[in-house]
Design a protein around this ligand. Structure first.
Ligand code: IVH
Length: 736
């Protein structure tokens, strides 16, 4: 074959472009493996970049030729070691793509033409969402899950059985009957937005690592060596296909998937059987409409020939079934320019870069800022060191493509290198905190030996940014939850010197005139801005100020009401690194009083081997002990904490496991909406009474407390004969 590698992209014919894309996919994959797995790059970075750029340029010129294994779509090479390899008896295929309605018409026409001779044939198709996750193949022998593997390169994947076993949607044993003696169920592992956001929030609250999007996070979660980490990520699974099997699950695709549901799998509720292009496209539009409310990412609709007999007759081309196609959603993308990169400093001192963009409308929303996550992300790598955006860095002045796909959070998907200004320079991430000037460093994670992806200001309390964020955290909902003292007021009081540390909040009433003045000045300022914007003059200033006075009384009362917080909330409010709500509750339960926690904390901090001194407690590991040691060993915190404890008296955490608590030792689950208390309050109360609170219903559950709107948990409890009571009945029982 002639060497095409030097032929200019605009001179390539379609078959040549196709061949080039295949060559580049192979070469880039090889280079990735050499670089990431063998740590032995075989080509220079410049050659590598050139290959990626050529790949992108060809894909741009021939979008319909983009390959399933295109380097531009890759989420990074698989890990070097750790998981055993699994050869798929039936390869895990990719799908041909359709971008327009015409492409779909072509697909159907190709099918009809292929079966032309078969005059009475009634070809049916299925249409279902294309889930944006990771595919997995689950082997069931005699109805029992025995092995699960990733797709890998389609031919060989990795054995991630232990991790897949933690996914609730993957049954250990198939339900019902009639399943083949041996079958590989295939489908998609994915993460919901809710879970992704919760993980991000948990991680941010405890100063942990950063997560870029649900798909990469799901991929990372599946690659964990420690399955309990995977378990904590609450991944989900939809079954939609199968591999090697001793018999067909059903005669048609549609019925096979219905069988999967009978056997205990989750299947998409959005799958239909259709007989015409119009019906397929109608389902595509319907799914597209529902896309934003599904709660997880999908990136298109998959059409498949329904009858398995016809699937077999139509067959395969290299790596793809002829009988299926993925109709992709147009990405909601737009290009704009990075004007500036700002660094924001968070509560735990994390330096968070934000790109300020030339405003641009994407998917109906104006986007002006987009998070750049961290230093590595700007350079073009994710937190595992895998290339993202083809490994291209982001520079000030760059033209970038912004995407707001199913997820609402906009992100930069690509840098348009052709438009990079000739004088653009790589962004230099600051090594000093932009707010307080203290050194900003990247810590080494003790467990992995790897550098944390985030750079952190070491200024702690002398850093105003950390102090403000710490105060905002202190009054936030899961912490002391002081109504009326939102982020805006905290910033105002801090900037006016009225509140410096948490203790000052409780003496704020002593500075009433100054507080009043600060609030009034802000109102004035805001009114001035509004006037300037609207051109109207102001009336009725007095009434605004009157409201201000009332508001102040309320605020001081709200503060006063929080002088005796629950111990777990108080510990969480301190904002100690790695101590989220759950860990704070464990500490409260363990030490009962703040005095005891301080005593043990200090003793541990003073010890040579902290881990030997700190009592062994379930749920408290080395990272938390180290964080506690840092906190209690830091003299600057002593003074702050002493002053705070003069004002605030956390309630001792009393565990009443006495026999008179009728729920002591019982396992309780709360579901539905509770009306008298929040879920976390309900949990804390039950635990105080010696009950164990579980998240899901099982044979071990003793009581399900069900509020309005209870769904699957209620059903399950009824099936298992678990006692179900209302919220009122619960209060009666525990005598509150
Ligand atoms: S069917 C023989 N159905 O898309 C056909 N794939 O582009 C095998 N995917 O690797 C795939 N949702 O990870 C199929 N409803 C769906 C899908 C789906 C997502 C993914 C899957 C596969 C890739 C192929």
């Amino acid at each position: 074959m002639t060497d095409l590698s030097n032929k200019p992209v605009d001179e390539l014919t379609e078959p040549e472009a196709d061949a080039e894309l295949a060559r580049l996919a192979r070469a880039i994959a090889e280079a990735d493996i050499a670089y990431h797995q063998n740590d032995a790059p075989e080509i220079t970075d410049a050659d590598y970049d050139a290959m990626r750029r050529r790949n992108d340029a060809i894909e741009e010129a021939f979008p319909h030729l983009v390959r399933e294994d295109s380097p531009s779509l890759s989420v990074g090479a698989p890990p070097a070691e750790g998981f055993a390899k699994v050869r798929h008896a039936v390869p895990m295929l990719s799908l041909a793509k359709a971008y327009t309605d015409e492409d779909v018409v072509d697909f159907i026409t190709r099918g009809r033409r292929f079966f032309e001779r078969d005059k009475d044939l009634d070809i049916a198709f299925t249409a279902e969402p294309k889930i944006d996750g990771l595919s997995a193949s689950l082997l069931y022998e005699n109805g029992v899950f025995v092995r699960g593997a990733t797709r890998g390169d389609g031919a060989v994947g990795e054995d991630i059985t232990a991790n897949l076993r933690t996914i609730k949607d993957i049954p250990e044993k198939l339900k019902g009957s009639g399943w083949p003696a041996s079958i590989e169920i295939r489908g998609e592992v994915y993460m919901t937005y809710a879970e992704f956001q919760a993980l991000k929030a948990r991680s941010a609250a405890s100063g942990g690592q950063d997560y870029v999007n649900p798909r990469n996070t799901a991929a990372g979660s599946l690659r964990q060596k420690d399955a309990s980490v995977t378990a904590s990520r609450n991944l989900k699974f939809f079954a939609y296909a199968w591999g090697a099997t001793t018999e067909d699950p059903a005669p048609t695709q549609y019925d096979a998937v219905q069988k999967f549901a009978e056997w205990g799998f989750q299947v998409t509720p959005l799958m239909v059987r259709a007989r015409s292009v119009d019906e397929l496209i109608a389902q595509y539009r319907l799914i597209e409409e529902q896309r934003s409310s599904l709660g997880y990412d999908i990136d298109g609709v998959v059409y498949k020939v329904d009858q398995l007999e016809l699937q077999r007759r139509w067959g395969f081309v290299t790596g793809e079934p002829r009988w299926a196609v993925a109709h992709k959603f147009p990405a909601e993308q737009a290009s704009t320019v990075v004007k500036r990169i700002d660094i924001q400093v968070g509560r735990t001192g994390t330096l968070a870069p934000v790109a300020r963009l030339e405003p641009v409308t994407v998917g109906g929303v104006v986007v002006e800022n987009v998070t750049l996550h961290n230093e590595d992300y700007i350079k073009g790598f994710d937190s595992n060191g895998m290339p993202i955006r083809e490994g291209v860095d982001i520079r000030i002045g760059d033209t970038v493509v912004i995407q707001r796909a199913g997820d609402v959070i906009p992100q930069i998907v690509r840098v348009v290198l052709e438009k990079r200004p000739s004088d653009a320079v790589p962004y230099e991430f600051p090594h000093e905190c932009p707010v307080c000037g203290s050194p900003a460093t990247r810590e080494i994670n003790e467990k992995t030996g790897k550098e944390d992806s985030r750079r952190r200001c070491t200024g702690e309390l002398i850093c105003p940014a950390q102090a403000v964020e710490g105060l905002r955290h202190f009054v936030s909902r899961g912490a002391l939850d002081i109504e009326g003292l939102g982020a805006e007021n905290i910033e105002l009081f801090f900037s006016k010197g009225l509140v410096r540390t948490a203790a000052d909040i409780f003496t704020l009433h002593e500075r009433r005139p100054a507080v009043q003045q600060a609030l009034a000045e802000r109102r004035e300022e805001q009114a001035r801005l509004r006037e300037a914007a609207s051109g109207k003059t102001r009336k009725n200033v007095r009434s605004v100020e009157d409201r201000n006075f009332e508001g102040l009384d309320k605020l001081f009362k709200a503060i006063d009401d929080r002088r005796e917080p629950e111990l777990d909330r108080f510990i969480f409010a301190l904002g100690i690194r790695h101590i989220g709500e759950t860990t704070a509750a464990v500490l409260a339960r363990t030490f009962s009083t703040m005095e005891e926690l301080i005593r043990v904390g200090k003793e541990t901090a003073g010890a040579e081997d902290p881990k030997a001194v700190f009592p062994s407690v379930d749920g408290i590991g080395g990272t938390v002990i180290e964080a506690l040691t840092d906190f209690f060993g830091n003299e600057r915190n002593d003074d702050v904490l002493d002053r705070l404890l003069e004002q605030v008296h956390p309630k001792p955490y009393i565990v009443n496991v006495s026999a008179d608590s009728v729920v002591a030792g019982k396992t309780v689950v709360f579901t539905g909406s509770l009306e008298k208390m929040s879920r976390s309050e309900a949990k804390a109360m039950a635990e105080r009474l010696g009950a164990k609170v579980a998240g899901s219903v099982s044979a071990q559950t003793d009581i399900l407390v069900a509020g309005p709107g209870a769904g699957s948990k209620l059903k399950k409890a009824e099936e298992l004969g678990v006692e179900v009571i209302s919220e009122d009945a619960w209060f009666e029982r525990v005598g509150k």
